[in-house]
Design a protein around this ligand. Structure first.
Ligand code: C2O
Length: 544
């Protein structure tokens, strides 16, 4: 492989959208930020210079960081933040992976405007397991706020209520003509009749799962989270925050202009999300630009059936470079509840900060523990044996057992003492992790993301998980992902092998749930020998 050098300068720049102008924090004055291209096996060196008055880190979402955990990026998990006017150089080799991933800020919701695509092409000389497309086009879903994002965050967290909604969704930074003042602010893909295009989808939205479709066109799904899948056709795809997906689309309809459109999927009731549809245009060469584009039908915003149907079609496609390696036996069983809860308001808190149900405030937890981010990085504390940063008593199954999908409201956050607990896993173990939604204050499914690993999704279902369901698992060709939507009132079963030493974050990729504490961390102990163990930290690793 070769070495790819990038310079990322975090700066503030002025953007006009939806008839108003403001400054946003971005990389190299771009929204979305620059796309990173590399071939499998290449080294990536990104020098990040922070020129804004906020702490910053960059995470390479889905990059496994084999033996390079120091460069993973989540603030206070693998590194202390890059402070204003400081520089940190991320330097890692990407092996055993190919496909569409992405990068984003991993601190304090700054990923809202600090994100971009990370595209790993197959090793030189190796093609795709599908016909070579005419062109490859990233489609990055994101959002736009008229007000300052950090103020929005402050307000969302300060009230203890719910997240604020953005003013528009965007595709490649553009909301499209269905939004006010945006008739010219639209991404256009120019298509040649008969040709096939590879769309590389990234859901960089903060808090919303999306349905996506192209009017009159069939989509062929070929990859999810940078893992090839057995191709299948569909009219609509569903993609959660954090997830990526590759689609093929052939320009085989009457030459014209067709909307590529997305809107939110919210499984819960009573959600008041903006349902305006973000659009881009799939435009045939001969199409007259005056003909109004056709809008595709999208499922109703809380329709769960197409989501379940879509996800059940995902099957891993084995290739010589990437055979199927589902752990057939399990060394370590983990059962984690994931859910929201309503905490009693702390004594003395003003009404303003407690606008959740029954005058409480929202919190979230994994196995009854509302994760608290420490003030120094867990990986450093682990490597240097620094006491007092975290405790290793994260429970491997819930401390409070109840009917997880029943109607009762329970306070899940009953743990006293440190809430920075990690689960320590031995190197080289086959792990099965059951994620059980607790159906409390239900509004959304939880897109749970694991750093440092891909996992096989061997099963999902509704209701309470019990071990007899293990007989229904797909141990033959389950999809391999890094982010899984755990259904509302349901569960997901994951398997992976702990072949990557480090400290690894696992969290809901809905930003508001991450802030409320729907997080956990694993430490995977070093194996024996240099190829299995953690390298020493880089000299310029930021200090807290
Ligand atoms: Cu894409 Cu920890 O995140």
């Amino acid at each position: 492989g070769v070495t790819r050098h990038y310079n990322f300068t975090i700066q503030s720049h002025k953007v006009s959208k939806l008839c108003s102008t403001k400054h946003i924090i971005s990389v190299n004055r771009k929204f979305p930020g620059p796309t990173i291209h590399l071939d499998e096996g290449d080294r990536v060196v990104v020098k990040v210079t922070n020129r804004v008055p906020h702490n910053m880190t960059i995470h390479w979402h889905g990059v496994r960081q084999l033996r390079s955990a120091w460069f993973d990026g989540p603030a206070y998990i693998t590194q202390c933040p890059i402070q204003p006017n400081q520089t940190f150089t991320y330097n890692f080799t990407v092996t055993e992976q190919r496909g569409t991933l992405w990068w984003h800020a991993h601190i304090n919701w700054l990923r809202a405007t600090v994100h971009g695509a990370f595209i790993i092409h197959p090793k030189p000389g190796l093609g795709y397991p599908f016909p070579k497309p005419e062109k490859e086009v990233p489609l990055i879903f994101s959002e736009w706020w008229k007000s300052d994002v950090l103020k929005v965050v402050k307000q969302a967290l300060g009230t203890g209520g719910g997240p604020n909604i953005s003013d528009a969704f965007t595709i490649n930074g553009k909301p499209g003509p269905l939004y006010n003042c945006s008739s010219q602010d639209v991404f256009v893909l120019n298509a040649l009749p008969g040709k096939t295009y590879l769309l590389r989808l990234v859901n960089a939205v903060l808090n919303t799962e999306l349905f996506f479709a192209i009017a009159n066109h069939t989509l062929t799904v070929v990859e999810a989270d940078a893992g090839y899948v057995k191709p299948f056709n569909t009219n609509v795809v569903v993609i959660a925050p954090g997830q990526t997906m590759n689609l093929l689309v052939t320009a085989n309809q009457a030459p014209g202009r067709y909307f590529m459109a997305a809107h939110s999927y919210e499984s819960g009731q009573n959600v008041t999300f903006d349902n305006t549809t973000v659009t881009a245009i799939f435009q045939y060469q001969q199409a007259s630009s005056s003909s109004p584009p056709v809008l595709p039908p999208l499922p109703f915003f809380n329709d769960t059936k197409p989501v379940t149907a879509f996800n059940s079609k995902l099957r891993k496609l084995a290739t010589p470079e990437d055979p199927i390696a589902v752990p057939q036996t399990v060394d370590q069983h983990l059962f984690f509840t994931v859910g929201l809860a309503v905490e009693n308001c702390p004594p003395g808190a003003s009404n303003k900060t407690c606008q959740g149900p029954n005058g409480g405030r929202f919190a979230a937890s994994v196995n009854n523990i509302t994760f608290t981010v420490p003030t120094t990085a867990i990986l450093q504390a682990h490597y240097f044996n620094t006491p007092g940063v975290y405790s290793t008593d994260f429970p491997i199954s819930p401390l409070v057992k109840f009917n997880y999908t029943g109607p009762s409201l329970k306070n899940l956050n009953s743990i006293n003492g440190t809430r920075t607990k990690v689960a320590v896993l031995p190197y080289g173990a086959n792990v099965e992790l059951i994620l059980q939604d607790t159906s409390i204050v239900t509004t959304e499914s939880h897109p749970i993301h694991l750093h440092g690993y891909n996992f096989y999704v061997v099963g999902t279902g509704f209701g309470n998980y019990n071990s007899s369901l293990a007989s229904t698992f797909n141990l033959v060709d389950p999809p391999e992902r890094n982010t899984i939507g755990v259904p509302v009132g349901g569960w997901a079963a994951l398997r992976f092998k702990t072949d990557n030493p480090g400290a690894w974050f696992m969290h809901c990729h809905l930003e508001i749930h991450q802030s409320w504490g729907l997080d956990a961390a694993f430490i995977v102990n070093n194996g024996k020998g240099p190829s299995q163990s953690l390298q020493p930290p880089p000299a310029d690793l930021p200090k807290c």
